[in-house]
Write a protein that binds this ligand. Structure first.
Ligand SMILES: CCC(=O)SCCNC(=O)CCNC(=O)[C@H](O)C(C)(C)COP(=O)(O)OP(=O)(O)OC[C@H]1O[C@@H](n2cnc3c(N)ncnc32)[C@H](O)[C@@H]1OP(=O)(O)O
Length: 527
């Protein structure tokens, strides 16, 4: 029974206090109003708590600072002090492993970040770093809370600093679930993975109204920073899905592939798929004619456990594939040229995409398997003026710096600088293999003949016949895998059907690999 102090109107015994606590909790859990919840649902969005339920194992959520309120004044804030201050923070488990999270509640100040809101996030980030567990942010917020001015801005500074300090220490995953402006877009850009939902999530530094006022351009929120924009054009988003349920399910799948921190290995999942499964179909999937396109995704599907893989940046820079998969139950990162898009050439965007992926794999102890079928770097004024030299160098730098097990396999062709960059033996691949159909050379036979036999071709009675002869000679001399095998530049030429078995045996041997880089504060990678 609750005993009420007549003078104060407050409960005075323990049971009364407990009842009061439950009432406060209920208020915090309920949120601002049913109308605000209905408005959130009407936009096709879930509430923060509904999202947390989808992300975590049932009943595993422990909330921190549920009863936190802001102490700001002015602009009527003193009369509006909702519990949680618009962000729910805490930890729980995903497939039994600890994960920390914060989730903006758009129903409260549009999820905008004030001082209390920010320090709640700081605390949970510090806890995630100390515990060595991933941090997932469920973002649905309007950036800095305008009424709190510089305190809000400073709050974002504290998040950015922690994002950067946590980088490469714990996995950080940003899930964009509403209109995210300013700091709410910058912080995710510092994290390892950005997920978005079509139609309902946007990311921009400034919204359409500001864009119109400054540049005169008129554009919708989705046109400016929707999921398709960031997953296909800007490369800001790694994943885009049609609804929140699918999006959050894929976050769980990604977490199952990542270690909790940089001192652990990714979790292994025993597989029924035989390690020595032959893949005779590979000879049909990959045409011997180096100029014929094919879908590298099908090759990956054939090689990995149960055909399952998670493609990162699937719709951006499609001429290269970056994917997480398992081989004999162990997680690997796969980087592969995609001959069906731009012939699998390396360009600015492909280099950036693969460089970030290689860096992420190295940070989180994920061995890298590189599948090469690359005609070279994309030539052209746009590429040169756009800085292909420094962007291509990012990929080179990422591979050269990576100390995880690295295996490369040349399927068909690997020419010039692109061959070296894509984890050749000379930049530190632990094992390199080639299929018998393979050609490694400075350039293709036609191009090479035009350069080195220019004079003979020009002086010949029949230049075309001479060119054809020289091309044939060049191919016979140089363009076969045994030229590299004889020089020890590939470790073996393998039967394509045995590729899965060879990769699995090589990864098993490399599991205990240990490599140190020279002591330094940090490198100075090309930007
Ligand atoms: C680190 C530096 C930074 O972060 S600078 C970035 C500052 N933020 C911005 O410029 C974004 C301003 N807001 C917007 O453009 C829009 O509100 C966006 C985010 C696009 C959402 O639009 P929409 O879905 O139509 O919602 P809405 O405008 O009705 O807003 C819902 C409620 O949230 C509020 N709200 C919004 N933004 C802020 C903010 N930055 N600070 C404080 N409150 C904010 C709105 O006033 C609105 O409140 P209410 O429901 O009317 O009480």
């Amino acid at each position: 029974m609750t005993v009420v102090d007549e003078t104060q109107g407050e409960p005075t015994d323990a049971r009364g206090r407990v009842a009061e606590l439950h009432a406060l909790r209920e208020e915090a859990l309920r949120g601002p109003s049913d109308r605000a919840t209905e408005a959130q649902h009407a936009k096709g969005k879930l509430t923060a708590r509904e999202r947390i339920e989808l992300l975590l194992d049932p009943g595993s959520f422990h909330e921190v600072e549920q009863l936190r309120r802001h102490r700001a004044t002015g602009f009527g804030l003193e009369n509006k002090k909702p519990y949680t201050d618009g962000v729910i923070t805490g930890w729980g488990t995903v497939e039994g492993r600890t994960v920390f999270l914060y989730a903006h509640d758009f129903r409260i100040f549009g999820g905008a970040l004030g001082e209390a809101h920010a320090t709640k996030i700081h605390k949970i980030m510090d806890m995630a770093i100390a515990a060595g567990a991933p941090l997932v942010s469920l973002n649905d917020g309007a950036g800095a809370r305008i009424q709190e001015g510089v305190s809000a801005l400073a709050g974002y500074g504290g998040i950015f600093q922690r994002n950067t300090r946590a980088s490469g220490v714990i996995p950080q995953i940003s899930v964009m679930l509403g209109p995210c402006a300013g700091g709410a877009a910058y912080s995710p850009a510092l994290t390892d993975f950005v997920f978005m939902v079509r139609e309902t999530s946007q990311m921009f530094i400034t919204g359409p109204d500001v864009v119109k006022a400054v540049t005169g351009e008129e554009i919708s929120q989705n046109g400016l920073g929707g999921a398709d924009v960031h997953a296909e054009i800007s490369g800001v988003a790694h994943f885009a899905y049609d609804d929140e349920e699918t999006c959050i399910a894929e976050v769980r799948y990604l977490l199952s592939m990542l270690p909790s921190n940089n001192r652990e290995n990714p979790p292994a999942h025993p597989s029924e798929d035989p390690a020595d499964r032959r893949s005779d179909v590979l000879l049909d999937l990959v045409p011997a004619d180096g100029n014929r396109p094919y879908d590298m995704a099908k090759v990956i599907e054939e090689l990995v456990d149960d055909g399952d893989y998670l493609e990162v940046h699937e719709r951006w820079a499609r001429n290269i594939i970056c994917a997480l998969a398992r081989l004999d139950g162990q997680v690997v990162g796969i980087v592969a040229n995609q001959p069906q898009t731009l012939a699998g050439v390396l360009d600015i965007e492909a280099s950036e995409k693969a460089a970030r992926f290689v860096q992420m794999c190295d940070a989180f102890n994920i061995p890298i398997v590189t599948l090469l079928d690359v005609p070279g770097f994309l030539p052209g004024v746009d590429q040169e003026h756009g800085g292909i030299i420094r962007h291509g160098a990012k990929l080179l730098y990422a591979y050269c710096n990576a100390t995880v097990p690295r295996i490369s396999l040349i399927l068909r062709k690997a020419y010039g600088g692109a061959y070296i960059v894509m984890d050749s033996q000379s930049i530190g691949a632990d094992l390199t293999y080639a299929w018998p159909t393979n050609e490694i050379a400075v350039m293709g036979a036609e191009g090479a003949a035009n350069v080195i036999f220019r004079r003979q071709i020009a002086d010949a009675e029949d230049p075309e016949a001479m060119r054809a002869r020289m091309v044939k000679e060049y191919k016979a001399e140089l363009m076969h895998p045994y030229y590299a095998a004889e020089r020890g530049l590939v470790d073996d030429v393998i039967d394509p059907a045995e590729t899965r078995e060879v990769l699995i045996a090589s990864l098993a041997m490399l599991r205990t690999k240990h490599a140190d880089l020279p002591s330094r504060k940090h490198g100075n990678p090309p930007q």
